[in-house]
Design a protein around this ligand. Structure first.
Ligand SMILES: Cc1ncc(COP(=O)(O)O)c(C=O)c1O
Length: 365
């Protein structure tokens, strides 16, 4: 009891609670609120994936933590084709990549963890759960201090920034020089827009020691409710992680494993989803620019990252008057204090309405 209370006190306040008053304000808009804050997919899970799940509904036995041979084979082939992975590498399914981000420092008993200075908050949460010291760092790995573990994230949540080849290579060099683990969170990999993201696995020259990539089907295949993700990389590291996860009960349900195999065998639905997110960004971005926002990065992924060089809360408040809920950049680190993150996870109609509401405010006639 005492232990869990102390741990809870170490974790940050749940950031979304701070947004609640702005969401309440947005809900008073006569045409209702348009929620572009939490990046949760709204487009349906493709039918063929739903069928693969329901056809496997009879599942009386415990699933394997390591995944079925069929799933491991499907991930392996997909990683060679889509990530450009070479050399000796292993794969491991996960119950969503958030689970992995939150628990990896604990599993590896990492003392020091590097996290991007503008980042998905769970990297910090994982360091806190693991009682590790977290240090926010810039993208350029040649400036990184020594640590046991470093996270990179491309395309980034929240900025939509895409790592270049040389940035990935610098992260791999840092790992080799320090004998430390580098993990690349690539859960938006297939959603390129003005830039086409690549994987860290492409740049290891087949020497995957201490390198992992994390992929997720939550956004790629609109399967966030299934909890389906996986890692690819260093076989020795993955077997260490598997040993701990086997004890911790983190097994992907068998019907979900079957659905993952179906999802990984198809790229068509990913193309359709990518086109949807990019079209929504193309609809909303010009309206934000007309309202005085500068769009930064937003080259890929699910978000628009924008600033009006004012406190992110002022931008959030301005949008809430229009019934639009956005996320303040401060949720992602001090450096995001003058930005907002806007998610493309709303229907085409809602995105078009949001653009119209912004335009009617800045040029009413
Ligand atoms: C950068 C990043 N990593 C990981 C996750 C977790 O995704 P999931 O647990 O659905 O795989 C998210 C979710 O928003 C994310 O933005």
């Amino acid at each position: 009891m005492q232990m869990s209370l102390l741990l809870r006190q170490k974790l940050p306040d749940f950031p979304w609670d701070a947004l609640a008053p702005y969401a309440d304000k947005a809900r008073t808009h006569p045409n209702g609120a348009i929620d572009l804050s939490v990046g949760t997919p709204v487009d349906p899970t493709p039918d063929f994936i739903q069928s693969a799940l329901s056809e496997s509904a009879n599942s009386p036995s415990y699933p394997l933590t390591a995944g079925t041979p069929e799933l491991k084979d499907a991930i392996h082939k997909w990683a060679e084709k889509t990530l450009g992975a070479t050399g000796d590498f292993s794969v491991l399914p996960l119950i969503g990549s958030k689970e992995f981000v939150a628990w990896l420092p604990t599993f590896l008993e990492s003392q020091k963890v590097l996290i991007p200075e503008i980042a998905y908050p769970t990297y910090l949460v994982g360091a806190l759960l693991g009682q590790s010291q977290a240090t926010p760092v810039a993208i350029d790995a040649s400036s990184w201090p020594h640590a046991d573990l470093a996270w990179v994230n491309s395309p980034s949540n929240p900025t939509g920034r895409v790592h270049s080849e040389s940035e990935f290579k610098a992260a791999i060099d840092w790992s080799r020089k320090n004998g430390s683990v580098v993990v690349s969170d690539e859960c938006y990999l297939e959603f390129g827009d003005s830039k086409t993201p690549t994987s860290i696995m492409k740049y290891t020259n087949g020497d995957n020691k201490n390198v992992l990539a994390v992929l997720s089907l939550s956004k790629r295949s609109s399967m966030a409710g299934y909890r389906a993700a996986f890692i690819v990389g260093d076989p020795a590291l993955i077997s260490r992680i598997l040993e701990v996860r086997k004890h911790a009960g983190m097994m992907v349900p068998l019907p979900v494993q079957k659905a993952m195999i179906a999802a990984l065998a198809d790229e068509k639905h990913v193309e359709i989803q990518r086109a949807r997110y990019n079209a929504r960004r193309a609809t909303l971005a010009p309206a934000l620019v007309e309202a005085g926002f500068t769009i930064e990065n937003s080259e890929a992924g699910l978000y628009i990252w924008a600033t009006r060089k004012e406190s992110s809360w002022d931008s959030v408040a301005w949008l809430s008057e229009l019934g639009i809920i956005a996320t303040p950049g401060i949720f992602y680190g001090e450096k995001g204090g003058e930005h907002i993150r806007i998610a493309m996870t709303a229907t085409d109609q809602n995105i078009a309405d949001a653009a119209a509401r912004i335009r009617s405010k800045v040029s009413p006639h």
